[in-house]
Design a protein around this ligand. Structure first.
Ligand code: DOR
Ligand code: ZN
Length: 342
């Protein structure tokens, strides 16, 4: 196959940031995706519907003329979130979902949740009204090795949580391990997972052999190749419970090239092209539309997009650093990519 036409995809996990950086990165996501779930880990975090509404307005104001893009907003869960406020935000259509960051698990997560016991009131309401919970699935226990933090989260936190709230709609975000794939495969269809393009394409050798590559550093951290293979199999299987979420996470280059560099890969400029390459390599192009454009809307109870996009097998070169208010290095900078968007 040398070209593929699919319904226009959506990105179910995006960091757009704010202010000048928002204006700089938004066109890359809007070029590829009709809708995106917008992460709330700003400084300060987007913790309620009023803040989400204001953030949505800033996103739409930053959208270049003529681009068609719908931001789907989330609220950042804290130990003190008011369940009634989440419900009102969901029922008014401002909030699509709620994001759970374990406190201090990742970028701007200090105000996150310290223990499941603090959010039981929210979980009960969300389960009742069908409001999805999007989870950064890593424990923060300092005694747990960074490469094991996702697997331990399943056992210690997510398994017990789902036992207590069996009807809660959950997306385990940006999964990185075969443990998470197996966990999802054992559950009903209201428990789903997103998978990033970079976790499909790289493993920890790419990040660490022959030198440390800070632009491959993200959280959850990329794991060994066997996990990468399990993710590739799950994503390309066509299984409804797996769908596209890039976790594109731009940082100024100085914050990446640092003695204590930030986590995040800026994949938006070549996300779809990277995903389709993986499906091609796995001889699974027939499942690409399900992963990119159908499974996500089905989970969220939204219609799939009516527009179509075409990708073709034609080599192009990813640009250099993106210069603007900030200098931001795109994933795969300077590399030749075998698939292009038409
Ligand atoms: O790599 C990451 N970057 N993982 C996250 O969970 C957060 C994100 C960010 O906001 O930079
Ligand atoms: Zn993220």
């Amino acid at each position: 196959m040398t070209s593929i036409t699919i319904r226009r995809p959506d990105d179910w996990h995006v960091h757009l940031r704010d202010d000048e950086m928002l204006a700089q990165v938004l066109p890359y996501t809007a070029r590829q995706f009709a809708r995106a779930i917008i992460m709330p880990n700003l400084k300060p975090p987007v913790v309620n519907a009023a803040m989400a509404q204001a953030y949505r307005d800033r996103i739409l104001a930053a959208l270049p003329e003529g681009m068609d893009f719908t931001p789907l907003m989330t609220a950042y869960l804290t130990d003190t979130t008011d369940p009634a406020e989440l419900q009102a935000g969901f029922e008014s259509g401002v909030l699509t979902a709620v994001k759970l960051y374990p406190a201090n698990a990742t970028t701007n997560s200090a105000a996150g949740v310290s223990s499941v016991d603090k959010i039981r009131g929210c979980l009960e309401v969300m389960q009742r009204i069908g409001m999805p919970l999007l989870i950064h699935g890593e424990v923060v226990d300092p005694s747990i090795d960074i490469f094991d933090r996702e697997a331990v989260f399943l056992e210690r936190t997510l398994g017990p949580m789902l036992a207590d709230y069996p009807e809660l709609k959950v997306v385990l975000e940006h999964i990185t391990t075969s443990d998470s794939v197996d966990f999802i495969m054992d559950r009903p269809s209201h428990i789903a997972a997103t998978i990033t393009a970079h976790h499909l394409q790289i493993n920890r050798n790419h990040m660490l052999v022959g030198g440390i590559r800070p632009h491959y550093y993200c959280l959850p951290i990329v794991k060994r190749a066997t996990h990468q293979q399990a993710l590739r199999k799950a994503a390309t299987s066509g299984d409804q419970r797996f769908f596209l979420g890039t976790d594109t996470a731009p940082h100024p280059i100085g914050a990446k090239h640092s003695a204590c560099g930030c986590a995040g890969v800026f994949t938006a400029p070549c996300a779809l092209e990277s995903y389709v390459q993986v499906f091609d390599e796995e001889n699974a192009l027939e499942h690409f539309e399900a992963f990119a454009s159908l499974n996500g809307p089905a989970f969220y109870g939204m219609p799939a997009n009516e527009e179509r996009v075409t990708l073709e097998k034609r080599s192009w070169k990813m640009s250099g650093d993106i210069e603007g208010a900030e200098v931001i290095r795109p994933y795969r900078m300077g590399e030749s990519l075998p698939w292009a968007m038409v």
